[in-house]
Write a protein that binds this ligand. Structure first.
Ligand code: TXA
Ligand code: MG
Length: 334
């Protein structure tokens, strides 16, 4: 299959919007930028189109997709029994990097929700995603636009690496600004519950609703968010998440065995430790989040035997950033 490429990094014009919309209306799959990561989009009402998403990604069919819409009104037409607090959350955080899990109404292709009675809905705030959603007036099912098990794509070239020849088009809107996937918030109960942490934090939600739970899987539970049972990102090479003062000895031990090490750092002192390849993640949580997935993909390409990533400071431990890093890590050295 030929994969069309639309460079809309400066702006998107009407001809491009019309072409992308007609691909989507024809049941084709198109990668589009959002503020979090690139999404692999298809008409959420079209079962065959949605099947193409699962096929292209190699995604397990029991892992439901997030549906993206342009407006609050559309969110309400796709859902039912929405608790009052959701309206306050929508006012505070949407459009933005948060997905609401709600009771589903109708009209959505069955495989989108993977047999669940709930649906995850997000109103993205990326101008290109908004333009495509508004112009097409479609609800778009879209998981992250990577092959299952790869880091989510934060640039169009990451999508191209994973999916060229497997999807109809890639819309290049430049680097995504958030860099980590949205907060997934279960809003089917009296109190919202975070299923996947994201840049809309526990404290942000508490400040609006007054209360919030954080889902913790017990060994015996069927996970509430099916995606949680899959490794988010399984690196091609081992990834060690290492506390700052343990980095030098850890790298020394590995280098003594002849290993080539990519060092992902954020502190200046760590950048002076001897390694093979250095990748600067930036200095604060927002920049580290924005750079992380690209850094993981870049390190794999540098032909190293191991990735050593500096552990974020303690105060970030409960964040999305720490969540993604610890899921990706093959070992954590504190
Ligand atoms: O930022 C994002 O959320 C990106 C962009 C493209 O919007 N999308 C994304 O999709 O990360 P995906 O498919 O990679 O992750 C969606 C997560 C999965 O863990 C899935 O299990 C969960 O959301 N999810 C979707 N629908 C759900 C539902 N009805 N109930 C519980 N979890 C759900
Ligand atoms: Mg994903």
């Amino acid at each position: 299959m030929e994969t069309k490429y639309y460079d809309v990094t400066k702006e998107i014009n009407e001809t491009e919007l019309a072409e992308i919309t007609s691909l989507l209306n024809d049941g084709e799959v198109v990668a589009v930028p959002t503020e979090t990561v690139y999404g692999l989009a298809a008409d959420a009402r079209n079962e065959q189109a949605v099947q193409k998403i699962f096929k292209a990604k190699g995604r397990p069919s029991d892992n439901p997709l997030i549906v993206h819409v342009a407006t609050k009104k559309q969110l309400y037409t796709l859902t039912t029994n929405v608790p009052n607090y959701v309206d306050d959350l929508l006012d505070a955080f949407s459009p933005g990097p948060i997905t609401y899990v709600l009771q589903k109404a109708n009209d959505i292709a069955p495989s989108v929700t993977a047999g669940l009675q709930t649906i995850g809905i997000r109103i993205p705030n990326h101008p290109i995603a908004q333009a495509i959603l508004s112009y097409s007036n479609l609800p778009l099912a879209a998981p992250s636009a990577n092959l299952s098990g790869r880091p989510s794509p934060t640039k169009a070239k990451h999508v191209a690496e994973d999916l060229t020849g497997k999807i109809s088009a890639i819309v290049d809107g430049g680097s995504t600004t958030v860099g980590l996937e949205s907060t997934v918030l279960d809003c089917t109960g009296d109190v919202p519950c975070i299923l996947r942490p994201g840049m809309v934090t526990f404290d942000d939600i508490v400040s609006v609703v007054g209360a919030c739970d954080i889902y913790e899987k017990k060994q015996t539970d069927k996970p509430k968010s099916p995606g949680l049972k899959y490794t988010h990102y399984a690196p091609n090479v081992p990834l060690l998440l290492v506390a700052k003062d343990k980095i030098a000895p850890t790298i020394q031990t590995e280098q003594d065995k002849g290993k080539r090490i990519a060092l992902l750092y954020h502190s200046k002192e760590v950048a002076t430790i001897e390694a093979t390849v250095y990748i600067d993640l930036g200095t604060n949580e927002a920049t580290i989040a924005k750079n992380l997935y690209a850094a993981l993909r870049d390190s794999e390409k540098k032909n190293v035997d191991m990735i050593v990533c500096e552990m974020p400071q303690k105060q970030l431990i409960k964040t999305a950033l720490f969540d993604r890093l610890s899921r990706a890590a093959t070992q954590i050295i504190e």
